[in-house]
Design a protein around this ligand. Structure first.
Ligand code: NAD
Length: 492
């Protein structure tokens, strides 16, 4: 592994995400040699703790994520961690941080490379970015890099996202900003590009002549849990569709990039999103449906979960149809759905091919059942893999066809070695590779699409609750696809 050199500054460094995901991911990078001697970490948040307390908490976070935290390797790693208590809204505090950063830069020979990771409430992103620049925390060395990593959500509609982006742009260039969408760090999402552009068999059929429809499902089994107050303000459309689903769909829909580089891939994703049809009021109302879960046994309905108002109209389920007005996809819809408290936890993409134009097995005397559609499924999680459904002959004396499946499932041994999304993404930030992050144009097109649906929904009181826990959502999600004489490939 190539050793990278950087100072990491985690804002919100004592938060849930930092302990649960970010520090364990850094440790993995350390074990693999991507980080070794020339790195340091500053954790900062409002809490007043000292380096020792912070290091003890980092140690616990490593142990909690299944590492041997009492090893020499772990303690060497943790010795690179420093803590500075800091209220991000107090400009004067930044000078203390600056001093510490400069001290660590010398001590560990960090060459001025800085990664500012904002893992806290987005309302602070703008202020932090501004003060990082005005208070001189950004390295001015021309060979050094300054990179800003920010967590979701990126705004709550186009206007607020633009405001946020304008604020960040005062301090950072677009190529210095890494907007996290952790779905883009998932192995099988990255595999979409390998599957498409590495296989003639796949890419030559990847269009409206051969594909009938594409289905993307992000299904969660749990309800809102502890994140209720955040979630109730957001809802499934903002929390899942605007970012993760739109990113997955743009990877599925884009044209072939000139080369496999971040600039080229982003250009194609943006082009795809530009041809996504933004719905008028009537089309938004028919092409998107929402749901909120009801109760079953001792599972309360959404409105009776802790920290949810009893009259909440927040959707915990969305299903919709997306249409691209371009030569490749015109006439081939993308159906998407996501929700909480559904039957199971999984993410998958089903690519449904058109049936043969002529079914020669279906002559009048034949007893054969009509040919099934070929379906290529990309399993993203919990198991990673592909499955291809084909028609084959049954092994008996008559002539019958039946659908069979070619399956490739990544084995347990291999998936154990698969890096966590955050590990991959932090590694990308260290390399300065923006491929698996959302660019501002992508984010803005996604918001414009989603805002239009939100606008229509906000005009109408929904009839909630409307789906049973552990189902696959409301009846309206079935009607949405049945209306087009199709059905969801994954069904109960
Ligand atoms: P958290 O509430 O656990 O942590 C927030 C951190 O910010 C704490 O360290 C707190 O001390 C600090 N903080 C708050 N106000 C401050 C101030 N004025 N000055 C300095 N520090 C202050 O939050 P989290 O769950 O770790 O989430 C962080 C970010 O990551 C959020 O943007 C969230 O949406 C995003 N995110 C979290 C998860 C997750 O699983 N937790 C998943 C995806 C995205």
């Amino acid at each position: 592994a190539t050793e990278r050199t950087a100072l990491f500054m985690f804002f919100g460094g004592t938060g849930d995400l930092a302990y649960r995901k970010l520090y364990p991911s850094l440790f993995n990078l350390y074990r693999k040699g991507n980080l070794r001697t020339h790195f340091a970490v500053i954790g900062t948040s409002r809490q007043s703790i000292d380096d020792d307390k912070f290091r003890a908490a980092v140690k616990k976070s490593l142990a909690d994520s299944g590492n041997r935290a009492d090893s020499k390797e772990a303690s060497d790693f943790i010795s690179h961690f420093y803590y500075q208590s800091h209220d991000v809204t107090d400009t004067a505090h930044y000078s203390v941080l600056k001093e510490l950063a400069e001290k660590l830069d010398k001590k560990y020979k960090l060459q001025g490379n800085r990664i500012f990771y904002l893992s806290m409430a987005p309302q602070f992103f703008g202020t932090i970015a501004q003060d990082l620049k005005s208070q001189g925390l950004m390295s001015t060395d021309k060979d050094a890099f300054n990179r800003l990593v920010i967590e979701k959500p990126f705004g709550r509609d186009f206007d607020s996202a633009k405001q946020l982006n304008d604020a960040l742009s005062k301090s950072f260039e677009e190529e210095q900003i890494f907007r996290i969408d952790h779905y883009l760090g998932k192995e099988m999402i990255q595999n979409i590009e390998a599957l498409r552009f590495g296989n003639t068999l796949v890419e030559s059929l990847w269009n409206n002549r051969y594909i009938d429809n594409i289905q993307v499902t992000l299904s969660e089994k749990l309800g809102v849990e502890e994140r209720a107050s955040y979630y109730d303000n957001s809802g499934a459309l903002r929390d899942m569709v605007q970012n993760h689903i739109m990113q997955i769909v743009s990877l599925l829909a884009m044209e072939q990039p000139v080369a496999f580089t971040d600039t080229d891939i982003r250009a194609e994703k943006v082009k795809a999103l530009r041809s996504l049809r933004v719905y008028n009021v009537a089309d938004a109302a028919t092409n998107f449906v929402r749901g909120q879960y009801g109760s079953v046994n001792d599972q309360p309905d959404y409105r009776h979960e802790d920290n949810v108002p009893v009259d909440s109209t927040t959707e915990t389920f969305v299903a919709g149809k997306l249409l691209f007005d371009n030569y490749r996809w015109s006439g081939t819809p993308f159906y998407v759905r996501t929700g909480k408290m559904l039957a199971d936890k999984f993410t998958r993409v089903d690519v449904v091919f058109k049936r043969p134009l002529v079914d020669i097995f279906a002559f009048p005397q034949s007893q054969n059942t009509p040919l099934a559609a070929n379906v290529l499924t990309i399993f993203v999680e919990p198991h990673a893999g592909f499955s291809l459904q084909l028609n084959a002959k049954t092994n008996d004396t008559g002539f019958q066809t039946e659908p069979i499946k070619l399956d490739y499932i990544v084995g347990a041994e291999k998936s154990k070695d698969t890096p966590e999304p955050y590990e991959r993404l932090i590694h990308d930030v260290m390399k300065g590779d923006g491929t698996n992050f959302s660019s501002w144009p992508e984010v803005s097109y996604a918001w414009k699409f989603v805002d239009q649906i939100r606008r229509v929904w906000d005009l109408q009181e929904p009839n909630f609750p409307n789906y049973t826990p552990h189902s696959m959502g409301p009846a309206a999600a079935e009607e949405l696809i049945q209306r087009d004489h199709r059905e969801w490939i994954y069904r109960l």
